[in-house]
Write a protein that binds this ligand. Structure first.
Ligand code: HEC
Length: 106
């Protein structure tokens, strides 16, 4: 229990250091690689998607709408809300027009 509290404290300090205080960039990268990338590499069924696929504004709008797979399913079906928040932070922070664009391993 103590360890868990320490982890939460560390996570919130890390989260506060990113551009978007609502989510955690580093955790978002982890969840993105762990889940989103299983379908979003070249040749996979979702096609290649990287943070650089959209601008910051486009990613924000994408998560406001929160519809995935050509609008056919809720993004929440992909992962729980807390993880989505971290992924959103990661994608926005490294979007094509961000200060640190990233392709996430490409
Ligand atoms: C189970 C497989 C799968 C997972 C996991 C997955 N996607 Fe997708 N995604 C798809 C498919 C299939 C499409 C539709 C591709 C198309 O229409 O060409 C898609 C489409 C997209 C698109 C293009 C716009 C749209 O909505 O059609 C984006 C952006 C996207 N996904 C982001 C994500 C993000 C972010 C995650 C992780 C939170 C994620 N995807 C996880 C399968 C997946």
């Amino acid at each position: 229990m103590k360890l868990f509290t320490a982890f939460l404290t560390a996570a919130s300090i890390l989260g506060a250091a990113t551009a978007n205080p609502k989510g955690n960039d580093a955790k978002g990268r982890f969840y993105y690689k762990q889940t989103c990338k299983t379908c979003h590499t070249k040749g996979a069924k979702g096609g290649e998607v990287t943070p650089m696929s959209k601008t910051q504004a486009q990613w924000k709008l994408y998560f406001v709408k929160a519809k995935h797979n050509s609008g056919t399913e809720a993004l929440l079906k992909v992962m729980p809300e807390e993880q989505l928040r971290d992924v959103q932070t990661f994608l926005v922070n490294h979007a094509v027009d961000s200060p640190q664009p990233e392709t996430c391993g490409k």
